[in-house]
Design a protein around this ligand. Structure first.
Ligand code: AMP
Ligand code: ZN
Length: 674
């Protein structure tokens, strides 16, 4: 076989396995075999750059930053859909179309995926372009970003037209959305509002590597073009599926309107069980000839109509607004409502997000408001029944001082939230920081929980987390519900926490954007708090996974006198501010090696595996770079990581090989303290 043939064959194979994994959810080969093939392809591509191809499966990791997106015309116009909200609307629509195409009309029913629309162009079976809807006539060329989405085939299966467009929706499944938010809130960042906005925002990210990290999917619903090898809408969806696109199986061929109604009723209830959000159903004329006959209005096809589900909505009275202060001082307004039943639960509170949202809604105390349960976990206010407003209702004035400590609030340019700057004396900020300090992944203090912390702060026994170490039993006993035994346990728990290793102490300090992994990396790199305090931006940026934002935040934290004093205090109480004291050294076999751990493991927990590496002198790092020595790869290793490792030529070791090498016996003592 020539080199060109070998490369072509590997690409075809890898594309097929990618499809098995991401579209069919049924991998046919092991990750290890996949990795081997990908590595072979990478090697060949590196050695023979003349065969480079933007659609090679090695390109899924993204790369290259765009400074702006080129506006390009659609090959054919992207229409929007007429909406309907009742079955009567649908019957009226049916009457209108029967006038044009006669009495026999059948339908294809599809789900209306709630994301961002995209038009993909394929030439000779290769993805050449992906364009956002824009104004329907032209949109933004976001091809580089779309290539990173694994369910978008870069090459499709024959037979196919020489050139055609296919349209679909880029969505973010709910599980992936929640996971992204968890990672953000862990780092002290604002969570994203809902999957739809996050999906459409992702398409406009300038760095395609960032897009590659997001668990986006592309669901297809429409093939555009004349030579389609099929004469029905339903058939065109099957065609797309055979080409290798992800087309959900829920579409249905409905022989008449009553079957359409059945489809609607079923999904109105069962949409809760889908892994992604839908906001309705799209009913399309089944026969493509009929579609052609019906044609388009200036805005939308006459042969399709969207049926929007009633968002689960209720009306109730806004009693008052309260303001919550978070650990970082961010203020969130919360609407307190007269209790109302909504989608099976009683709702008493709804988020109002921030001051701008209140202004936008022009919501006032005493108003009757519409509350909706959408994709968000917390219900939201979507509107005001203006006709029911009391004539004396006063426009709301946003608070200008902190509801907890009366300090004047600040609002930084470009930020949506107001902040209470009184970091040291504002109770919810104090309590929030202590809660974080004692949490399981930080100091993990036994016998101490959120309620007790509030009690201790309210009674003036502690003002910050350092004060915990000055408590004695006699001070605790007078507290409400504090029995002798629990006081004793609490003190014991606090003393015991002094043994927590440096990296956990560092995480516990609550420096903004310094999550677990970052703390670990900083601890490993600098080895002591003094070295970290002395570090400048340049030195910080040299550490794995540390970017501008984290570096700035670390510098800001240590530039504040109060923080440095607090650390001195903690030091004097005997907390660990250097080294890795908890690690008993077994060997120095891995000394000087940077190792990435990825995936899930069968015989050992991730934490134990990391510990094992450290016990042998190795350094565990969070992300793969050219400095990584090897990756210990479990099942389901992230595909992005996998491709990156291959690209950089970093070896992968399987769980078994690695454990064999280190004669790991499943020793339970290593598991004890996780
Ligand atoms: P609208 O934005 O309300 O005009 O609705 C039209 C949009 O619905 C289209 O641009 C698509 O992005 C989206 N959509 C989602 N699912 C489908 C589907 N099955 N068929 C057609 N459009 C869909
Ligand atoms: Zn305050």
């Amino acid at each position: 076989m020539t080199i060109a043939e070998q490369i072509a064959q590997l690409r075809t194979e890898l594309n097929r396995h990618n499809h098995d994994y991401y579209v069919l959810d049924a991998p046919a080969i092991s990750d290890f075999e996949f990795d081997q093939k990908l590595k072979r392809l990478l090697d060949l591509e590196l050695t023979y750059p003349e065969f480079d191809d933007p659609n090679s499966p090695t390109k899924r990791v993204g790369g290259g930053v765009t400074s702006g997106f080129e506006t390009v015309p659609h090959r054919s116009r992207m229409y929007s859909l007429d909406n309907s909200y009742s079955k009567q609307d649908l019957l009226d629509w049916e009457t209108r179309i029967k006038k044009i195409i006669g009495d026999t009309v059948e339908y294809t029913c599809e789900l209306k995926y709630d994301g961002a629309s995209i038009s993909l162009t394929y030439e000779h079976g290769n993805l050449v372009r992906a364009v956002t809807r824009g104004d329907g006539v032209q949109g933004d060329d976001v091809t580089a970003n779309i290539r990173t989405i694994h369910s978008v085939p870069l090459q499709i299966n024959p037979p196919f037209p020489d050139i055609f467009d296919i349209r679909g929706e880029i969505i973010l499944p709910i599980a992936g959305f929640l996971e992204m938010n968890k990672m953000r809130t862990d780092k002290g960042e604002e969570p994203y509002r809902n999957p739809r906005n996050t999906a459409s925002g992702s398409l406009k990210l300038q760095d395609s590597r960032e897009v590659a990290k997001r668990p986006l999917e592309c669901l297809l619903y429409s093939v555009v073009g004349s030579e389609l090898y099929t004469d029905t809408q339903f058939g065109s969806l099957e065609l797309a599926r055979n080409w290798g696109f992800k087309v959900p199986e829920f579409n249905s061929h409905a022989k008449d309107m009553s079957s359409v109604f059945q489809f609607i009723d079923y999904w109105d209830v069962n949409r809760q069980n889908l892994p992604y959000e839908i906001d309705g159903v799209v009913v399309k004329v089944h026969n493509l000839k009929h579609q052609e006959q019906l044609g388009y209005t200036s805005k939308s096809p006459r042969w399709a109509i969207a049926y929007k589900f009633q968002a689960e909505q209720a009306m109730t009275r806004l009693e008052h607004i309260s303001y919550q202060v978070g650990r970082t001082g961010a203020i969130t307004p919360v609407a307190n409502l007269s209790p109302v039943e909504l989608a099976g639960t009683t709702v008493k509170r709804a988020s109002l997000h921030n001051a701008d949202q209140i202004t936008k809604l022009d919501v006032r105390i005493g108003d009757m408001v519409y509350v909706e349960k959408g994709g968000e976990i917390i219900p939201k206010i979507v509107g005001v029944a203006m006709e029911l407003r009391h004539p004396d209702a006063q426009q709301l004035e946003y608070i200008s001082t902190c509801p907890e400590c009366q300090t004047e609030l600040i609002r930084n340019e470009g930020e949506a939230h107001h902040y209470c700057p009184n970091i040291d004396h504002c109770p919810p900020q104090i309590i929030g920081r202590i809660d974080h300090f004692i949490s399981r992944k930080a100091m993990d203090i036994d016998g101490l929980g959120g309620e007790t912390v509030a009690l201790l702060v309210d009674n003036g026994l502690i003002k910050n987390y350092a004060d915990l170490y000055t408590l004695d039993k006699a001070q605790l006993l007078p507290l409400e519900r504090m029995a002798d035994k629990s006081a004793e346990n609490l003190i014991k728990g606090i003393l015991k926490s002094k043994e927590r290793p440096f990296h956990r102490v560092l995480f516990a300090l609550g420096i903004r954007f310094v999550g677990e992994t970052v703390a670990q990396n900083l601890a490993t790199h600098f080895k002591s708090i003094d070295a970290l305090i002395a570090a400048n931006k340049e030195t910080l940026l040299a550490v794995d996974d540390i970017g501008e934002r984290i570096a700035d935040s670390v510098i800001k934290f240590f530039s504040e006198d109060a923080n440095v004093k607090m650390i001195e205090k903690l030091k004097s109480f005997g907390l660990q501010f250097s080294g890795q004291q908890d690690i008993e050294t077994i060997s120095d076999k891995l000394s000087g090696r940077s190792i990435v751990v990825s995936g899930v493991f069968e015989r050992i927990s991730r934490d134990d595996l990391k510990k094992l590496i450290e016990q042998h002198g190795g350094k565990v790092v969070g992300s793969i770079s050219s400095k990584t020595d090897f990756v210990v790869a479990g099942d389901n290793m992230g595909p992005t990581k996998r491709v990156k490792a291959e690209k950089l030529g970093i070896p992968l070791k399987t769980e078994n090989d690695f454990l064999l090498e280190f004669e790991y016996q499943g020793n339970t003592s290593a598991r004890k303290n996780i």
